[in-house]
Write a protein that binds this ligand. Sequence first.
Ligand code: GDP
Ligand code: IMO
Ligand code: MG
Length: 429
Amino acid sequence: MSNVIIVGAQWGDEGKGKIVDLLAEKADMVVRFQGGNNAGHTLVVGGKKIVLHLIPSGILHKNVACIIGNGVVIDLDVLQQEFENLTSHGYSIDPERLRISENAHLIMPYHKVLDQLSEKQKGDQKIGTTCRGIGPAYIDKVARDGLRAGDLIDFKSFETRLREVMNFKNALIEKIYGGKTLEVDPILKSMQQHREWLLPYLCNTSVAIHKAQLQKKHILFEGAQGTSLDVDHGTYPYVTSSNTVSGAACTGAGIGPKDIDRVIGVIKAYTTRVGSGPFPTELHDDIGDTICKNGNEFGSTTGRQRRCGWLDAVFLRHAVRVNGITDIAMTKLDVLSGLKEIKICTAYERNGEKSDTFISDINMLGASKPIYETFAGWPAFSAQPKSIEDCPTQVQHFLKRVEELAEAPVTMLSTGPDRLENLVSTSYF
Ligand code: GDP
Ligand code: IMO
Ligand code: MG
């Protein structure tokens, strides 16, 4: 039995979906534990691409049970679309394969409206959210004003709570933001429709996971977003509204910390970021454009162009510490092929002082200049490397230095989007 957590160790979009799909081949269960449909996890199998926003990336393997845990916020319209999309690709979804926590909070239409209005009101200071209602849904969870999936069971009480909550939300929308109020009845009607198909999927998912643990199953916990977007450990306030680090797997799935065997941190061989906020190694030149083009760096959820830059080992060391990363999975190594030189930021310089630890103050971080080490580039891979020794020596030097700087081993390399384009040097289960 093994419990393995997979988290993003940068600003999201590191390729977590691909890694989870790959490892799911040997797993029995995959659990999503935080975030919502701000996530876009891309799987490419036999040239076919599927992007998942809420359903765990183990769903393409028919013997893998999938769980949406209590820490996730769910937009039922999106979940229903995802069911339809998977079905149209020939993957069946039923309550045997997918279980949804009754305690997961719902993203309601007013959350999406409030997300947009809040961004508009912030103007230049906007976070650059996905406008999927994630922040407002988590606000309501913590304020104890949220509606949970399980609340749909007793629909009369659901209606009473919704009417109460919407009185307040409509006042907020209209009086504070000057927006257009929402009608309760169409929302109620749509929730009643969702209730029909959703109820068979609901259960106490913590119990389901515990049962799998007692049966010595292999379980993957799939993170969304990345460490630098964590509401505590990221570049606050330019973050998402959940904890994205490995510890959130315990609270968001309902398991204890003693159960965790391994934590895989996924990184790109460089860095990308979508949305606003400081990004010390961002490239505003031709190299940045080349990386963006070669890596097809456009968001899987919103289609926005991702900002691109060099790998930042200061952030990476921080991610290794706050997540307890035991293994690094590095993706998109192929994207850097053909560049003359490749850089890694090893420390920052600010006001003549050098620092190699994470800076949480965004103004100080914004004023910090990266200090780089430069590496020779490598040619394109002529074939899929079968071992590290098979890789060009330049790649080997680059990886060795990443491991030294990160203080964690790179045990998986991804050299293309397809499930088969990998080099794995350990057994995770
Ligand atoms: P996630 O949110 O962490 O699951 O990552 P996304 O799916 O949002 O973004 C990662 C993108 O990179 C997707 O389009 C993947 O298909 C693609 N990808 C993953 N690994 C590799 C790789 O090793 N090389 C290349 N070229 N693309 C990759
Ligand atoms: P995956 O799981 C990359 C970013 C948004 C914005 C900030 C807050 O695919 O890696 P939110 O809508 O969460 O309130 O937006 O977080 N963001 C992501 N960036 N990948 C993601 O998910 C992201 N989810 C949110 O762009 O900067
Ligand atoms: Mg993504």
